[in-house]
Design a protein around this ligand. Structure first.
Ligand code: ZN
Length: 193
C-alpha cells in the first residue's frame, strides 16, 4: 500500500549486523502492467540468507517509497512473501514479515482510501473486513498467527491479494477501474509510466 508520494532519497542504506556490514538496497518497484503482478506467487520454501536479504531490501524499498506494505511480486519476485509496517513511526517501527500467509478469519467491515506502490498517483475507496486473523512464517520460518485491525487489516488483505495476482482496483466499480486504466495507458503512451 502507498500512503504518500514516492520519495527515493535513500538509495542505499548501510546496516551493521554484528561485525558484518550488510548493504541493503532500494529495489525497483514494478508497476501495473507488468505480468508478474498478475501471477499467483509461489510458496517460500527456503528460509536462507538470500531470503533474509530480500526481506531487508523490501523493507528499505517500502520505507523509501513511504509505503506501509510491500509484496514480493512488487519487486519482481513471484514469492508468497510481504513486509508491513503500519506504525508510521521511525523511532518505534512495527516490522512484520509474512511468508506463506493464510487468512484464518475476517470480521466486520471498513471502507477507506487505498492506494498501491505499483499504481502510483492513484487511489480509490475500498471496502474490506475490519479485523483479520492471519497466520504465516517469519524470516526464520517460524509459524505465527496474529490478529490485526483497521489499517493493518486493510494492509494484510491488500498484500495477500498481491500474492494471488489481484490489485485493489479489482474492488472498484468498473467505471472507476476503467478511468484508472485509461490514465495509466495514457502515461504509458507518453513514456511516463
Ligand atoms: Zn499494492
Amino acid at each position: 500500500m502507498i500512503i504518500f508520494k514516492s520519495n527515493l532519497l535513500a538509495l542505499l542504506s548501510h546496516f551493521a549486523s554484528g561485525s558484518r556490514k550488510i548493504e541493503f538496497m532500494v529495489l525497483k518497484i514494478v508497476k501495473y502492467g507488468d505480468p508478474v503482478l498478475g501471477l499467483k506467487a509461489e510458496n517460500v520454501t527456503r528460509f536462507d540468507d538470500e531470503l533474509k536479504k530480500l526481506i531487508e531490501d523490501m523493507f528499505e524499498t517500502m520505507y523509501a517509497a513511504r509505503g506501509v506494505g510491500l509484496a514480493a511480486p512488487q519487486v519482481g519476485v513471484s514469492k508468497r512473501l510481504f513486509v508491513m509496517d503500519c506504525s508510521n513511526n521511525k523511532e518505534a517501527p512495527e516490522r512484520f514479515v509474512f511468508a506463506n500467509p493464510q487468512i484464518i478469519s475476517v470480521e466486520g467491515e471498513q471502507t477507506g482510501e487505498e492506494g498501491c506502490l505499483s499504481l502510483p498517483g492513484f487511489s480509490g475507496q475500498v471496502k474490506r473486513p475490519a479485523i483479520v486473523t492471519i497466520s504465516g512464517q517469519d524470516q526464520e520460518g517460524n509459524q505465527f498467527t496474529v490478529t490485526v485491525k483497521e489499517l493493518a487489516a486493510r494492509c494484510v488483505l491488500h498484500e495477500v491479494d498481491h500474492l494471488n495476482g489481484l490489485l485493489y482496483i479489482h474492488y472498484l466499480s468498473p467505471l472507476k477501474r476503467d478511468i484508472i486504466k485509461r490514465k495509466v495507458k495514457k502515461q504509458m503512451r507518453e513514456g511516463r509510466w
